[in-house]
Design a protein around this ligand. Structure first.
Ligand SMILES: NC(=O)c1ccc[n+]([C@@H]2O[C@H](COP(=O)([O-])OP(=O)(O)OC[C@H]3O[C@@H](n4cnc5c(N)ncnc54)[C@H](O)[C@@H]3O)[C@@H](O)[C@H]2O)c1
Length: 267
């Protein structure tokens, strides 16, 4: 009987998309994977400082920063080509690119709905598809973690477009896991709960500490449960779970949806 490696990512190449936001979940995933020994390629929109951020990752010197727009199929294919040119392979993929558009149902705009689906759903599809094709070419299996949200499983006020697009990610992962299983590629959805990033603090709570406190406490009028563990998640909490799901130790886990939310949505 031999134990499985749940810790070291030495010798593995990880691509983390949506890792260009300082203090964001994607960058935390890249940081954790780099600390655990992976060579990491990080990617984000052209207006993000990926090339500076990559220099600050642990074991600096063997990672790379790239630009991509996940809504654009050609841009995504170009990203995969660049990563292969630089690192020759992709063993693990974490897709964290996402946007949060907050609109109540009666005020939902087509723009809000379509941009949510373009980034959150189409972007996840395009990145996972291109990376999976590469993993199949390599012939040695692979690991995919798509970051969805607990808002893809439970209703929240003003999150119609966001929640629906994140629910699409969850079902995309289920179907993808089924079809990639014969290739030894696992695919899982990680559903963060409220996590202390700019998306949560600046966009959702609009920088208002009262609103953040309300997220933690919950609110019966707004039909919102609080966080039983009593605080927001840190990006590192999401990263630790993503790193496990793309490790050798998670080789028998696929098609799952895992909420990392301090109990915000357990039922
Ligand atoms: N923070 C939370 O409370 C929370 C909760 C649940 C789920 N999530 C999800 O976690 C993921 C990371 O969010 P975060 O909180 O770190 O937010 P963030 O805004 O810090 O990071 C999102 C990143 O996605 C990138 N991105 C947006 N559109 C893109 C595009 N078209 N192409 C490439 N990159 C693009 C942004 O530039 C940004 O760097 C998102 O998918 C988000 O929906 C966050």
């Amino acid at each position: 009987m031999s134990a499985l490696n749940v810790g070291s990512h030495e010798g593995r190449v990880a691509l983390v998309v949506g890792a260009g936001s300082q203090g964001g979940i994607g960058l935390a995933c890249a940081d954790t994977l780099a600390m655990l020994g992976a060579r990491v390629a990080i990617a984000d929109l052209p207006n993000t400082p990926v090339r500076n951020l990559v220099e600050k990752l642990p074991n600096n010197g063997r990672h790379s920063g790239h630009h991509v727009d996940v809504t654009d199929a050609e841009s995504v294919i170009h990203l995969i080509e660049q990563v292969i040119e630089q690192h020759q392979r992709i063993d693990s993929l974490v897709t964290a690119a996402g946007i949060l558009v907050m609109e109540n149902f009666l005020d939902v705009t087509l723009d809000g709905w379509e941009s949510s689906f373009a980034v959150n759903a189409r972007g996840t599809l395009l990145v996972c598809q291109a990376a999976a094709r590469q993993m199949i070419r390599q012939g040695a299996g692979g690991r995919i973690v798509a970051i969805s949200s607990n808002a893809g499983r439970v209703p929240r006020l003003a999150t119609v477009s966001y929640g629906a697009s994140k629910a699409a990610v969850i079902q995309l992962v289920h179907c993808m896991a089924l079809e990639l299983a014969p290739y030894g590629i696992t695919a899982n959805a990680l559903c963060p709960g409220s996590t202390a990033t700019s998306m949560m603090v600046d966009v959702q709570a609009r920088g208002d500490p009262e609103r953040l406190e309300g997220v933690i406490r919950g609110s019966l009028e707004q039909w919102r449960t609080g966080i039983p563990l009593g605080h927001l998640a840190e990006p590192a909490d999401q990263a630790a779970v993503a790193a496990f799901l793309v490790s050798e130790g998670a080789r028998h886990i696929t098609g799952q949806t895992l909420c990392v939310d301090g109990g915000q949505t357990f039922f």
